[in-house]
Design a protein around this ligand. Structure first.
Ligand code: NAI
Length: 303
């Protein structure tokens, strides 16, 4: 079995001072990648002095014999995102891999959610991912190579009580990847999403202790690292990983029903056919919006 390697590859991991991001970084570094470790600048001991989380992960990588540079900018600012990518260019001369992992939670029921909770979460997850991709994409295009993996979430895919802001941001990220997969295709840029399930600071208060132990963050890292590798030619895919479980999630569309568009379609016709309209038997994922439109008009005699 050939080893999947990242020699001479440069990777940026946002929010990599702990949790999943740190595991992604360590996994890539252990296989030869040079790393930019981004996380907010707060010192580990909370006193404002001492080694930051990002610096500590850099030290871990150096102790393994690897190369790493820290960055303390916030992904939620456009200038910050540009600085994060610039750190890779300044330190290592290129960027091959971007893992959009930084994240926060501001959970509240929809009724109680303040607009600030919404803007903060959209700012870090959706804007942060958009900004970092936007800053990295020109370098990847010029190099004719790029691997982007962005953190989505089961809350976005399926919903989770109290996470309206977070779920909206996370599914927004999947929409962004759907477009980047198309715009990146001719430059060998693959853009995918990861739906992790892991015991971290983020989930420590919501997962029962016995599950926290099973859902080790290091079990998510191999899936993410593979999606960042040259071996991965999938783009626009959503990988799921947690507790040794690896899978693909996808947005699918059922075959539905088709009425003659030149005839009147009544509400009663919808009512009579609602079971067929909502059935997912024979559902397929579409590669792009045009493929979906083609499916919708396939039955028509357009001549
Ligand atoms: P975590 O809280 O351990 O790590 C998130 C990191 O992002 C922290 O180190 C934090 O300081 C950093 N961060 C926050 N705001 C930032 C900003 N503006 N700029 C730069 N860094 C910032 O959480 P965890 O669990 O490791 O989550 C990583 C990603 O995976 C997040 O995007 C999260 O939404 C996603 N995720 C995690 C799941 C889980 O089960 N742990 C489930 C689904 C998604």
């Amino acid at each position: 079995m050939a080893e999947v390697r990242f020699d001479d590859r440069v990777a940026v991991v946002t929010g990599a001072g702990g949790g999943l991001g740190r595991e992604y970084a360590l996994c890539l570094a252990s296989r030869g990648a040079k790393l930019v470790i981004n996380d907010l600048g707060g010192a580990m001991d909370g006193t404002g002095s001492g080694t930051t989380a990002a610096e500590q992960v850099c030290q871990e990588i150096k102790d393994m014999g690897g190369e790493a540079a820290p960055n303390f900018d916030s992904v939620s600012e456009w200038e910050g995102a540009q600085n994060i990518i610039k750190t890779a260019i300044d330190a290592f001369g290129r960027i091959d891999i971007l893992i959009n992992n930084a994240g926060i939670l501001r959970d509240k029921s929809f009724i109680k959610m303040e607009m600030e909770d919404y803007h903060k979460v959209i700012g870090v997850h959706l804007n942060g991912t958009f900004f970092c991709c936007k800053a990295a994409f020109p370098y990847m295009r010029d190099a004719g190579y790029g691997r982007i993996v962005s953190a989505a979430s089961g809350a976005g895919l399926y919903g989770n009580f109290g996470q309206a802001n977070y779920a909206a941001a996370k599914l927004g990220i999947m929409g962004l990847m759907n477009v980047l997969k198309q715009e990146g295709a001719k430059y060998n840029i693959m853009a995918n999403t990861i739906v992790p399930i892991a015991g971290t600071r983020m989930t420590a208060t919501v997962m029962p202790p016995n599950l926290l132990e099973l859902f080790k963050p290091e079990l998510v890292a191999p899936m993410v690292a593979w999606a960042c590798s040259e071996n991965n030619t999938f783009s626009g895919y959503t990988f799921v990983a947690g507790a040794g479980y690896y899978s693909r999630a996808a947005i699918m569309e059922g075959p539905g029903v088709t009425f003659d568009p030149n005839e009147t379609v009544t509400v009663d016709m919808i009512d009579d056919n609602i079971d067929k309209i909502t059935s997912l038997d024979g559902a397929v994922p579409y590669d792009n919006a045009t493929a979906q439109t083609i499916h919708a008009v396939q039955h028509l005699n357009l001549g």
